[in-house]
Design a protein around this ligand. Structure first.
Ligand SMILES: [Mg+2]
Length: 123
């Protein structure tokens, strides 16, 4: 059964990049897309999501708030959350991990780096 991945970014082009990288990495997944944290949270609450790839800076609800809201519903961390963002400072990485993110990928990333992070989660 393929995993279901929710791809969250306010840039439609970036969402496409994530999806292309999932495909290029040979990871067979079902994909859902959201343009902001609020839309993503609604989709998450609909159930069936195995993994969330989320941007940090988005309108309406940002990625760090999304992580906190998901963890309120999922304190056992059944869902894997990976932040993918230009916010690569150690303080930001620490903040994301404390909020409940499992892993972190800084933009821009190479296909190899993306595959390395995602294949562990989605294999
Ligand atoms: Mg953004």
């Amino acid at each position: 059964m393929p995993k279901t991945v929710l791809v969250v970014d306010d840039s439609a082009m970036m969402r496409k990049v994530f999806i292309n990288n999932l495909t290029a990495a040979g990871l067979v997944v079902n994909v859902l897309e959201s343009p902001n944290g609020q839309d993503a949270l609604e989709k998450f609450k609909g159930g069936g999501i195995d993994c969330v790839l989320s941007d940090w800076n988005m309108p309406i609800m940002d990625g760090i708030t999304l992580v906190r809201e998901i963890r309120k519903c999922d304190p056992a961390k059944r869902v894997t959350i990976i932040m993918i963002t230009t916010e690569g400072s150690p303080d930001k990485v620490k903040e994301a991990v404390l909020a409940g993110a499992n892993n972190y990928l800084v933009k821009p990333f190479t296909p190899e780096r993306f595959k390395e992070k995602l294949s562990k989660v989605l294999a």
